[in-house]
Design a protein around this ligand. Structure first.
Ligand code: ZN
Length: 1164
């Protein structure tokens, strides 16, 4: 029985092929084993010889592997290419026992040749390409004197005249972190509420006073606690331009690990609040503290309607370089932009910090004397030991001359006579005294400077808007003076400034202090952020489809309940938004603040799941009796036991009445094909799909602590329509049904045989030969003695691909690794694992390797399915470094790809950037954010690592990619958090590894293309990784449930187009008051590299042509309005049947209103 079960589909089902064969021929005869072919006898002899030869090499294994393929029914069938995928049901028809198991067809996506041009064409030329700047700079860090990282700045006073005044805008600001040393709420209580209280009192005292504010999370909290008269005062300040909201996002987000989805989400949350309560539209970005800066942010601001932005924390050597060429103000352009449509005017601050000592001019010792919070007697002092003096009649002349000198020097670093001087710091202006000290003293200085006509200066308080307006005026004037006569109103206000493409990672603030540690710090919570984004996206799409597909008189969800669900989604958005803060997802807050974020994230997950289950029920039970929002009809198939605990699959208890139905929800506008996995409590089952047909499945035992032999995973192939719900029913049976169910084979090495029901074949592996794991037509993976991947064999070719775990030790000096900084002692050491406990569970559809290592449990799985999950390898590392000290763990892939010093990492899941490994940058300077993928390539192949969560990573040698898994550091690294990172928790890190062969003659890297794009397979696989199919377990006994539900016409959306989000809006341009009264649909067309043929992507590109009808079907009104990304500005009116042409790499947002009729359709 034991082995019989494993060969029901023939011996070549998904299993450890070579190993099983070995077992077949070596087990004693009384085990009643069927030898399928006489050829085995010859192999047996060879295997015996191999057994004696413990150094059996890969070539021999491969040769045997090749022979096995030729033996009928035992080999890995090469993928059979068919133009179209067969329906899954046809594939799942019962098959003869000598069949090689399910072989799923692979289809190649039909790529329109024109759609490949984008990735092949050179991008538009730019004046400054950061990649070239990196190549040219020595990064030698000479001492610059007073401006330590720059040079001694000088100027000629004659450059100013009565006609050419130096126009100085001093911009008072207060940087408020929504969580860092204290929690968000604690900061509000202790500091922020006082800052805003005083703002409302002290700004109106003098109309010349100005102030800017960025974080709407704080501002909205304060606003709702104010009296109508205070609110009126603030409205007046805003309308008079004394107060400006800059950026206006929920937070000032991190730009390294945050996904573009979440960056946009927090921006919409902030902007929606501003629209609804203040009717304010921010126009200027303000990012003074994020630790490195991404062009993705520039793109998002540009497409949200912003004209200008400001950034601060870039590498000191880059600041110096750009300052030396007066290029600190530039038109930031997307590297992939074929023209200049993405340009946004960007001001980079020149010095070390955004505090007062580093913003008035190059000499911090002087500038600190003009921070009047540090007046003698204050708790805050100047580290340069010269204190500020209160400005009086007696000293104003000297003091203003000293300050003006700094202003003039700073102005030499920019092209115009308009100068920006931020005046503020963290949590500043919290007392009336501080307001008075700063504003009164500065006004005296300004008045004096301005009164002396030979100064040729006009100094004043200003907002960021004031500054950029003056800057643009000056640019226009300068163009006219240079004789660039242009017609009135057609001046190019930005023509004075160079264009720049590239990013500002990895940030260093001094010496070799690269901030590449925070790319990985607290990885558990980074992953949690991705999970919440997925949960919100899925919930909101379903909720809005439910509300949008029914009319006001016939609501799918009763209005009062919809209102409550909408509030739950709002809470989830706020939790996700808060965590995108640059001390949230970065992992740079204190332990108790991290836990506070974690609890908020978990609440957001629960809220989102609640909305999903309710919306699903409303769609699949149209005549439902939904009486209150608290009703639970379905449970999401994951259990979240705590804010810092790894989520586990929910068990479907088949013995309980009413149980057994699962709903699969596809939230994408493409057909989903792949394996579904359900955790069950009985191995004897049948699975029936929505058409009432029994489907073939694989049952695996679960090895999870004490539950061994009691829990099982059933896996079955599914095909889910775009934007649909599909019902499957799993029923317990008394006997195993071997016609439809295959029980996995379990092979253990270096551990005891488990006790399992007899349907499972259990074997011990005791040779030194590599384990080979394979599934049907999938690639075969070879596992070494250390329990880790050694090579991948695909279509008869073996590619070496070593997976290693390596460790870094922190430097044993005062300056060493901490929450922010990565300062390793040296190169990493490869961790050696001798004879680790290893287990392979395999069957016709799926195989998984589990290796237990001292610091992690590593799993590697492959699938034989009709979907993308059968391409490439899935890795999950359950990491636990809690016993280590000053230790960082990384996973490294080592291949034979001739990538030399070049690798590619993504920014925000939005775009790829070429990185060149440079020894002048140090090891930690070569670490970059890997928000969602990295790849290396040569003329024939590409290795892509997709990541389910953000990491720091690099390629430290040709052919390698590595990503940090977790870091445990015992000390502070002096960047303010005043603690190490020692609160590590067990962390699940998930990856997909894709090895793709390039089409001959299509080397995108040699064609002059400056920008690289993911392959279509990588693009689609990443979307499945980050936004997977949602599974719901039915808990509620109800009749009349539909078998399935779907929206849309059934037309496939082009395969390079993604549904980013479908978000409820209230305050947007098309918004109304009621929940779900309007929704915003955001689509994105990816940029793809066509030189890699995309197997199993059964779709086509068509030049980005989309009708919203294809996605939405009858849901929502026919009238649609385009809008900016955060819904601040409306664009053209179109209809749902209008054919849109989406450009590669661009995001598009459309405002929808609900349909007057109810088009809910389903299949009973
Ligand atoms: Zn900050």
């Amino acid at each position: 029985m034991r082995l019989h079960a494993s060969i029901v589909f023939g011996a070549a089902i998904c299993l450890a092929t070579l190993l099983l064969l070995y077992q077949l021929v070596s087990l004693p005869p009384d085990n009643n084993i069927a030898i399928p072919n006489q050829s085995y006898n010859a192999l047996e002899n060879r295997l015996k010889r191999l057994e004696q030869d413990i150094s059996a090499n890969h070539d021999t294994v491969q040769e045997i592997h090749g022979l096995l393929k030729k033996i009928g029914g035992t080999g890995n069938n090469s993928p059979v290419l068919h133009p179209r995928m067969k329906p899954v049901d046809a594939i799942l028809a019962p098959q003869a026992s000598d069949d090689a198991g399910p072989v799923f067809n692979t289809s190649v996506a039909r790529l329109l040749p024109d759609d490949c041009n984008f990735s092949q064409a050179p991008a538009s030329s730019v004046d400054i390409l950061m990649e070239n700047v990196y190549k040219s700079l020595p990064f030698d860090n000479p001492d610059g004197g007073a401006w330590k990282q720059g040079w001694e700045v000088t100027y000629e006073s004659t450059q100013w005249s009565p006609e050419r005044l130096l126009r100085i805008f001093v911009v008072p600001h207060s940087h408020n972190d929504p969580g860092w040393i204290k929690t968000f709420e604690r900061y509000y209580q202790d500091q922020t509420s006082h800052i805003l209280d005083n703002m409302a009192r002290k700004l109106p005292e003098d109309p010349r006073r100005k102030f800017i504010w960025a974080e709407i999370s704080f501002f909205s909290m304060w606003w709702h606690r104010q009296t109508p008269s205070v609110q009126d005062t603030v409205r007046g300040l805003l309308s008079r331009g004394q107060l400006e909201i800059v950026s206006g996002g929920w937070v000032m987000p991190d730009e390294s690990g945050s996904h573009y989805w979440a960056i946009i989400d927090q921006l919409v949350t902030g902007h929606e609040w501003l629209r609804e309560h203040l009717n304010v539209r921010p126009n200027n970005g303000w990012a003074i503290d994020p630790f490195g800066l991404s062009p993705t942010m520039a793109y998002i601001l540009k497409r949200s309607g912003f004209d200008n932005m400001l950034i601060q924390r870039s590498h000191y050597a880059l600041k110096k370089h750009l300052a030396a060429s007066t290029n600190l103000e530039f038109r930031w352009r997307q590297a992939w932009d074929p023209d200049s449509s993405t340009d946004i005017l960007c001001h980079m601050m020149p010095f070390y910090s955004y505090d007062v000592p580093h913003t008035c001019g190059p000499d911090p010792k002087v500038c600190c004397q003009f921070d009047f919070k540090r007046l003698p007697g204050s708790r805050v002092t100047c580290p340069w030991r010269v204190a500020p003096q209160p400005i009086t009649q007696h000293n104003v002349q000297d003091r203003s001359a000293l300050l003006l000198d700094q202003y003039r020097k700073k102005s030499q670093l920019y092209r115009t006579n308009v100068l920006l001087v931020p005046l503020g710091d963290d949590f500043r202006y919290d007392t009336a005294e501080e307001w008075d000290n700063q504003f009164l003293n500065y006004q005296l200085l300004f008045d004096h400077m301005n009164a002396r006509s030979d100064n040729h200066v006009q100094a004043q308080f200003g907002t960021l808007a004031d500054y950029f307006q003056a800057l643009r005026e000056e640019s226009r004037t300068s163009q006219q003076q240079q004789g660039n006569a242009v017609a009135a109103g057609e001046e190019d206000e930005e023509a004075l400034f160079p264009s720049l493409a590239g990013d500002f990672f990895t940030y260093a603030d001094k010496d070799d202090n690269y901030w590449s540690g925070y790319f990985t710090s607290r990885p558990y919570y980074k992953a949690r952020s991705r999970l919440l984004a997925h949960k919100i996206r899925a919930a909101e799409i379903l909720f809005n489809l439910a509300v949008g597909s029914s009319g006001a008189t016939d609501p799918a969800i009763p209005h009062n309940i919809a209102e409550q669900l909408h509030l739950e989604l709002t809470e989830a958005h706020k939790a996700l938004g808060l965590f995108q803060h640059h001390d949230g997802i970065t992992g740079t807050a204190k332990d108790h603040v991290v836990l506070d974020y974690a609890n908020k994230l978990l609440d957001g997950i629960h809220h989102s799941e609640h909305v999903t289950q309710f919306a699903a029920h409303s769609l699949i039970a149209p005549k439902s009796d939904q009486q209150s929002a608290e009703m639970v009809f379905f449970e999401v198939s994951e259990v979240h036991e705590g804010a810092s605990v790894v989520s586990v699959p929910r068990v479907l208890h088949l013995g309980e009445p009413g149980r057994g139905a699962v709903i699969l929800y596809n939230s994408h506008p493409h057909t989903y094909r792949g394996l579904a996995t359900v955790r069950i409590d009985s191995p004897y089952i049948k699975v029936v799909n929505g058409s009432g047909r029994q489907v073939k499945c694989q049952v695996d035992p679960v090895f999870d602590g004490l539950q061994q032999g009691e829990l099982f995973d059933v896996r079955f192939p599914v095909e889910l329509k775009p934007l649909s719900l599909s019902r499957f029913v799993i029923t317990r049976k008394e006997q195993p049904d071997l016609k439809f169910v295959t029980y996995a084979t379990v092979i253990v090495k270096n551990e005891e045989l488990p006790t399992l029901p007899t349907v499972f074949s259990v074997q011990s592996y005791s040779t030194d030969m590599p384990l080979v794991m394979q599934c049907g037509g999938s690639a075969a993976v070879s596992i070494g003695d250390n329990g880790l991947l050694e090579s991948v064999t695909s279509d008869g070719v073996t590619y070496p691909l070593l997976l290693q775990f390596v460790s870094y030790r922190a430097r044993e000096t005062r300056e060493t690794s901490g929450a922010y900084l990565f300062l390793p002692k040296g190169e990493a050491e490869v961790l050696v694992n001798e004879a680790p406990p290893t287990k392979v569970v395999s069957g016709p559809l799926h195989a998984i390797l589990t290796t237990k290592l001292p610091l992690l449990t590593h799993t590697l799985s492959i699938a034989n399915s009709p979907g993308l999950d059968s391409e490439g390898l899935t890795v999950r590392n359950l990491v636990n470094v809690r016993r280590e000290r000053n230790f960082e763990l990384a996973m490294r892939l080592v291949s034979d790809i001739d990538s030399q010093d070049t690798f590619y990492t993504d920014l925000n899941g939005f775009q790829m950037v070429r990185r060149i490994r440079e020894s002048k940058l140090t090891l930690q300077g070569n670490y970059y954010p890997v928000a969602s993928q990295a790849f290396i390539q040569d003329s024939t192949k590409r290795l892509t690592l997709l990541t389910g969560q953000p990491h720091g990573g690099s390629s430290l040698a040709s052919g390698q990619i590595e990503v940090m898994q977790d870091r445990r550091l015992m000390q502070d690294d002096f960047r303010g958090v005043e603690q190490g990172v020692t609160d590590n928790v067990v962390t699940p890190n998930v990856f997909r590894i894709l090895l793709e062969r390039r089409l001959p003659g299509l080397d995108s890297s040699s064609g002059g293309a400056r920008v690289m794009f993911p392959s279509l397979l990588a693009e689609r696989s990443l979307h499945e990784l980050l936004f997977p199919t949602v599974m719901l377990h039915h808990t509620y006994k109800a009749s009349g449930l539909l078998q399935s539900w779907s929206v849309g016409s059934g037309t496939e959306v082009p395969c390079d187009v993604q549904l980013v989000s479908l978000r409820s809006i209230r305050g947007g341009v098309g918004g109304g008051a009621a929940a779900g009264a309007a929704a915003a649909l955001t689509l994105r067309r990816g940029g793809i590299d066509c030189s890699f043929p995309p197997p199993r992507v059964d779709c086509a590109t068509n030049g980005g042509k989309v009708q919203l009808n294809d996605i939405l079907g009858g849901a929502f009104n026919e009238e649609v309005r385009q809008s900016t990304l955060s819904h601040l500005y409306a664009g053209v009116n179109i209809t749902k049947s209008f054919t849109l042409t989406l450009q590669p790499m661009e995001l598009y947002t459309f405002l929808l209103s609900p349909s007057p009729r109810s088009p809910i359709q389903g299949k009973r």
